[in-house]
Design a protein around this ligand. Structure first.
Ligand code: DHB
Length: 393
């Protein structure tokens, strides 16, 4: 090739990149740093998508992050909660859009389906929602800003033991996080001298709680422990009340996913007095949370943020601060920039553990109460700096 035609050729490549049409070449230094946010914006898990999308938009509007003169751009993709779609979208975002990080992941199967892509492409993947313990072990490029079910399930078992609850039934959604919740709750109950007289499960997709609630009634435990993914709590509460279980002397205890702030206020009196353990309540008393809740509501027609939204808000923060530390580099450098971050979240103080890449956080015991005419998860006890007890290494 002639020297002149070569330089011509290079010019054409540069021009193409400048217009953002580049196919395979490395992005130019002035291009935005892109983050691929994959969420269930439609389908059964759409409240998770709606909450996280709103929280990420709020963070971006509040901070307008730029790194070494490069803007940060978030590309939102809807996987409808279908793992095959999550994986395909992740592949496209890495190959075509050259994202520096993948984020979102509304349910465990979506996160698990994407982990091999993160490993192969060395793309950090920030799990903002999914909460099965094993997800962080599926790829060394996973960072988590949500929580884990073992992390929150042990605390409510401790509370039950202290409150003289000995005979329980468990009811969980029949997949990763539910199986984690069942195991860690039941083991701690037994360790404390309690008894788990039945372990019930309902399907992730389109559950009907009536048959299992009949079994609970027949077993007549002192308490029923429940984990269901975000979005299923309202239907569960309705069926719990319809079957008269709220009046049958069976105490309802749960992880905070069931008294989800996204739905809680519409659940009615049946939810009053339900005791749960979780890492976030919109009612959390701190200046940082008050500021977050007000700004979130203002930007979203009064919508109350739930724990998913906080996972998204903190997750985008961890990525942006990671990019500042790596000076805009992705891959291992970004991963290193995300590990060890310690900051005050709306939920309270949090740490991204450098060893496990999982979140260390306070776990609160809360009770549903009416506050100023609205139902809230009111925190009344706390266990500080809880690590995921589910880690095998
Ligand atoms: C998961 C999903 C949820 O909606 C939730 O509340 C907890 C865990 C999950 O799929 O990991």
């Amino acid at each position: 090739m002639h020297y002149r035609s070569l330089s011509h050729h290079l010019c054409a490549v540069t021009l193409t990149l400048g217009l953002g049409l580049g196919g395979h070449a490395v992005a130019a230094d002035t291009d935005p740093l892109k983050i691929g946010l994959i969420l269930p914006m439609t389908g059964q898990q759409s409240s998770t998508g709606r909450q996280i999308d709103a929280a990420v938009k709020l963070y971006m509007a509040q901070n307008h992050p730029t790194i070494n003169g490069r803007k940060v751009e978030v590309i939102v993709k809807d996987d409808a909660g279908t793992p095959d779609t999550t994986r395909r979208l992740a592949q496209e975002l890495v190959v075509n859009d050259k994202v520096v990080a993948l984020a979102g992941f509304g349910i465990t199967p979506s996160a698990m389906a994407t982990a091999p892509i993160a490993t192969q492409s060395k793309t950090p993947m920030v799990v903002m929602a999914a909460a099965t313990s094993a997800i962080t072990e599926a790829s060394p490029f996973v960072i988590r800003t949500s929580f884990t079910l073992p992390q929150v399930s042990v605390s409510i078992a401790e509370w039950a033991a202290k409150n003289n609850i000995k005979k329980v039934v468990t009811l969980v959604s029949d997949y990763g996080p539910g199986i984690d919740a069942e195991k860690y709750f039941a083991n701690r109950m037994v360790l404390n001298g309690g008894q788990v007289i039945d372990k019930l499960r309902t399907p992730l997709r389109a559950p009907d709680f009536a048959p299992v609630l009949q079994k609970v009634r027949d077993a007549a435990p002192e308490a029923l422990f429940v984990f269901l993914p975000s979005g299923q709590g309202a239907l569960f509460m309705k069926q719990f009340a319809e079957r008269g279980l709220d009046k049958a002397g069976i105490r309802l205890i749960a992880t905070g996913d069931v008294t989800d702030d996204d739905q809680l206020n519409d659940m009615g009196d049946v939810a009053l007095g339900v005791v749960t353990s979780h890492h976030y309540s919109a009612n959390h008393k701190s200046a940082a949370n008050q500021k977050f809740v007000e700004a979130f509501k203002k930007a979203n027609n009064g919508m109350r943020p739930n724990f998913m939204s906080v996972g998204g808000y903190d997750g985008i923060r961890v990525i942006v601060e990671g990019l500042k530390a790596s000076k805009g580099q992705g891959g291992e450098a970004l991963l290193a920039g995300m590990k060890g971050q310690l900051f005050e979240s709306p939920r309270g103080p949090v740490l991204i553990d450098g060893q496990t890449r999982d979140i260390v956080q306070d776990v609160y015991i809360r009770k549903v109460e009416r506050v100023g005419g609205e139902l809230h998860n009111v925190e009344f006890d706390v266990q500080k700096a809880v690590k995921d007890p589910g880690k095998t290494k």
